[in-house]
Design a protein around this ligand. Sequence first.
Ligand SMILES: [Mg+2]
Length: 315
Amino acid sequence: MRVLVAEDDAVSRKILEASLRRWGHEVIAVDNGDDAWRILSGDDPPRIAVIDWMMPGLDGPEVCEQLQMREGQPFTFVLILTAKDNTDDIVSALISGADDYLTKPYHPQELRSRLGAGIRLVNLTLELEEANAKLYEAAHTDFLTKIPNRNAILSRLADQLSRSKRSQTPFVVAISDIDHFKSFNDEHGHQTGDDVLIQVAQRLVRVKREYDAVGRYGGEEFLLVLDDVDEASITPVAERFRLGVGGKPIESDGRLLPVTISIGALWVPPESTASVEMLLHQADELLYRAKSEGRNRCCVEQFVPDESAPRVQNG
Ligand SMILES: [Mg+2]
């Protein structure tokens, strides 16, 4: 494990470094508190630190206080070394955020075993961080298609809406639906239906640009959030998705199945006063129209802000 050593006394620092290396650690050594803080607050910091109380720059407890004030940063186990051994000093070091302390002169084996406890704590924290990352991933990913799920894509849409207002860039929200999806399940079974969903999702993802988002909205519906699309490009952009999915048949269990999608695409100008609900409602109406006009097509419109303005009619 990488260990930061901050100790201004050169002899003590060398002894400490030598012990830590002997115990198998990689050591980063500094002689003042400012450098200690710079390293601990930088990218990929050591997760264990042995810090002297009295040193130039920030002292040990001050380094601990700074560490406590960071938010969303990985846990670092800090052991403070001090010549001070009265209870008040020890309590104040622990209050500053130190995880443990050792009074000088200390026995090397005592330091070793206290660091051992720190390493166990760091390892548990690392496991927890990894588990949390996996949970986050699972909570935001559609189980079948492995693309963002409904919650994830809706929160992406909300982000896009506020970002577009801030940066004054238009965007497109589109709902696409697999045409006659039920027939794949009815005629070929649910495995085929699942194959179709997975491959349609993959094709949509292949068409999207890096900064666009595609998620599973529900059943056989996918929500597309397409950043920075000018008004003249809505139809070509929507058509690219339609043809990207329906351009060639999907293979499932040795059969070639013609699969098409309908798309309702809503262009949202930057000055719009839209809410997420209004956008979804209008995009859904456009999808409905694409369906009623014969499917395998795109219906595109500009967002209509005024409830009293003429609306797209359901077909
Ligand atoms: Mg000192």
